[in-house]
Write a protein that binds this ligand. Sequence first.
Ligand code: C5P
Length: 297
Amino acid sequence: MDFTLTSDEPKVIRAYAKINLSLEVLGRRPDGYHSLVSVMQEISLADEILICPAAGVDVVADDPLVGTSDNLAGAAARLLMRASREVRGARISLHKHIPVAAGLAGGSADAAATLVSLNRISRAGLPVRRLLTLAARLGSDVPFFLYGGTCLVLGRGEHVVPLPAPAPVWYALSNPGIPVSTARVFMELPRCEWSNGRATESIADDVRQGKVRLGPNDLQTTLFRLYPAARHCFDRQVALAPGRTSVTGSGPTVYSACSSMHEAHDIAAQMRDAGYWADVARSVNPRPGENPCRSGS
Ligand code: C5P
């Protein structure tokens, strides 16, 4: 995400989406969540957020699928209000580009961007460690966005190990335009789909060598069983990019690692012609001063 703020002026913040280059589920935890091992990659598909300090919290969004009363960005602002007397509230305007409930963690990205930006704008000065605790309370994917770039993510999602930026990659993205319930996919996930995390550790090792390779997604089979439209979308795109196409998170968004921007646009255009939502995005590297958990920030 781009958290750059140079003055008190309200500023449009870009909250980048993520894809999972690999996602393994190790088991179910006593708290009902699942233990994960995942390599997550920030991508350039982004929401635009305008945050103005205000009394109380008010969220508006230009996507009817986004709930404004139960919105995660609003929850982030309220959490910050409770954590610091300096924060009196915020008016948050969300211009959505990231599809909602699509495995791209758009709501989590918006929440992380709100947390960090409002902390700065309001001069609350909460340290990074405290922001990370608040992020984990908001949702499993939120802590990742405080690091950004490419990371190995463990536990419920709250343990984030930053990885060096691998070679840049263009991705073609598509989905069937149906919202997927992450909770439902996890709930219906049978034990036999769990694994040991080794494939993902190996993907992380490759990233450390600068290489990008796609690993398994343990949620994919259950997603396809519950949402057949997700399988149809995947089958269509995998035929265009065999061996380098996967599902992100609990889906239904499908992505292909492409050899060029041109190829990514070509695949996205073919998926759009077939009736799917489609877009292209490139991998995003963290930049000093923007992602608070990266050194130099
Ligand atoms: O943390 P978040 O609210 O984004 O998770 C949505 C749902 O996905 C949770 O309510 C839980 O059912 C499931 N989940 C899980 N294990 C995780 C992350 C999410 O079971 N590590």
